[in-house]
Design a protein around this ligand. Structure first.
Ligand code: FE2
Length: 279
């Protein structure tokens, strides 16, 4: 299933490409079931304490910064009561799981290394792919947090820029439950900022252009379950809060080209025992 020249032209013009029915419904359900198992096996006690200690910023930074080669669980911003307990069940409190599901979990590994994905990435010019990062995003009913307008290259830069994001809809995504919004052609506006590991610990932003995004140019990408949205690394996009009663599960994968340099200042790093792998 090669991408057609027209599809590649659309990706180059808009900075994104929507491919319906890319994933079989049964495979979407398999990922959802596996994510539910991972959550069921997850003991939130230790992590809840990380997010509720006096040194919250430092310890939660470490939990995040060390997650590049692990399977870790991140909570919705409004998941905690003032005294640090969860407001509702862990199943309804987790925002996402990241960031090495694709290497550490057999179900996500198989899904992420499907031949169709390898072919698509190759068609889009990633000749020597490495699977960098995966996230399972829950976008919980009613409390699912929004993500402000950003470019993925802010967080995962390569030099030169050879990185694409894949966003798999595991459920129908609509304006009501917080679908993606993208700015057609916005990938030609240049990189606005970088998110870096700070010297001495933690993270910081380096801003190149502090003008606001023309958010009136964003378009909602309402898609059916099984659709993949391919995102150029420089494409401005966001997702709004989910205030509906339905969840909006999605799985995302970021793939880079081994020929490009991956800076040590990028927040996401791996230990020497778990180098990045391709397909
Ligand atoms: Fe993103």
């Amino acid at each position: 299933m090669k991408l057609s020249p027209d599809q590649i032209d659309i990706y180059d013009r808009d900075g994104f490409l929507v491919l319906e029915n890319f994933v079989d419904g049964k495979d979407c359900d398999r990922l959802r079931a596996r994510a539910a198992e991972l959550v069921s096996d997850f003991d939130p006690q230790g992590v809840v304490s990380i997010f509720s200690t006096h040194e919250q910023t430092r310890t939660s930074d470490d939990y995040f910064l060390e997650s590049g080669d692990k399977i870790r669980f991140f909570f919705e911003e409004h998941a905690f009561l003032p005294e640090g307990r969860l407001r509702q069940s862990k199943e309804q409190s987790i925002n996402k799981i990241g960031h090495a599901l694709h290497d550490l979990d057999p179900v996500f590994d198989t899904f992420s290394r499907a031949p169709e994905i390898k072919q698509m990435v190759s068609d889009l010019g990633i000749a020597d792919p490495l699977l960098l990062q995966s996230m399972y995003i829950f976008k919980q009913p009613r409390i699912g947090g929004g993500v402000t307008c950003h470019q993925d290259a802010t967080f995962l830069l390569t030099e030169p820029l050879r990185m694409i994001g894949l966003w798999f809809a595991l459920e129908d995504a609509t304006v009501e439950n917080g679908c993606l919004w993208a700015m057609p052609g916005g990938h030609k506006l240049g990189l606005k900022s970088r998110f870096l590991r700070a010297e001495g610990g933690g993270t910081r932003f380096e801003v190149f252009d502090n003008t606001a995004w023309p958010e009136e140019d964003l378009r909602p990408l309402e898609v059916r379950k099984g659709t993949v949205i391919v995102l150029h690394g420089l494409l401005p996009h966001l997702s709004r809060e989910n205030t509906s009663a339905r969840s909006r599960h999605a799985y995302t994968l970021h793939i880079i080209d081994a020929s490009a340099r991956y800076p040590e200042s990028n927040w996401l790093q791996r230990g020497p025992k778990m180098p990045l792998r391709g397909f």
